[in-house]
Design a protein around this ligand. Structure first.
Ligand SMILES: [Fe+2]
Length: 243
């Protein structure tokens, strides 16, 4: 079975469309969809994004930006930019979409697989950027395979014996076949807002038969996104994430 794993779409409808068009064009099939959260903020189309996930998602997690919409105390941890976007999103989000977010949880377990927005040891806020962050996270769960989002950096960490290695995925397509004696943390990267300086929409597909995970990065036309950010009156500094 193949699972399309998407994370951190951040109301960027154009990036999500580009991912779906790419999969169709390349004839890359999938049986189900898992979202690691952060549907809202930064982009202009939170309703379209949430409505797509409401219809298509098999496992939908809660991200820190989603949590901040239903619990304003979470905004205390935000940058000024994130805070401004959260206030803007609250004005445009439809009640039924807010209600959908209200019922989400930040983690889900399926056998020896854990899906979580940020990290097993802090499902909403911890960033796993390097092997020392990953070491603590591996210790906090017995899951063999852990899917995380939140950093907006496509990456992996692998633990075998007492060693933890890993880092960024710097490619537009990379497959990693999993070894049975190794535990993995896999981050598909962000669909809607890249933070690795390489641009595009990042995501991946987990194949539980091989077993493997393949990262993809898709470039797309940014003109609609840029135009809408301007029209919405959102901070133009948002554009610095996009190349
Ligand atoms: Fe995010």
């Amino acid at each position: 079975m193949k699972t399309l794993i998407l994370s951190d779409v951040h109301a960027n409808w154009w990036a999500l469309r580009a991912v779906l068009d790419f999969l169709e064009r390349e004839k890359i099939g999938y049986d189900r969809v898992v979202s690691l959260g952060d549907y809202v903020d930064y982009g202009t189309r939170p309703n379209e994004v949430i409505e797509w996930f409401r219809e298509r998602c098999d496992i939908c997690l809660l991200g820190n930006h989603d949590a901040a919409l239903v619990n304003h105390e979470e905004r205390n941890y935000f940058s000024d930019l994130a805070y401004t976007c959260s206030v803007w999103t609250e004005k445009v989000i439809k009640p039924e979409n807010l209600n959908f977010i209200r019922h989400l949880r930040p983690l889900a377990r399926e056998g020896d697989i854990l899906y979580v927005h940020a990290a097993p040891d802090d499902p909403i806020w911890k960033y796993i950027f390097d092997p020392s962050d990953a070491t603590i996270s591996f210790r906090s769960t017995d899951a063999r395979l852990i899917f995380v989002g939140h950093t907006h950096v496509p990456s992996y960490f692998a633990r075998y014996r007492t060693v933890v290695v890993g880092g960024q995925v710097v490619s537009d397509r990379m497959k990693m076949k999993f070894l049975p004696s190794v535990r993995y943390i896999v981050n598909p990267g962000s669909v809607g807002q890249p933070r690795d300086g390489l641009g595009g929409a990042s995501f991946g597909i987990y194949d539980d038969e091989e077993p493997s995970f393949t990262w993809y990065r898709v470039n797309y036309d940014l003109s609609n996104l840029k135009k809408e950010i301007g029209e919405a009156g959102l901070p133009m500094s948002l554009l610095s994430y996009y190349l």
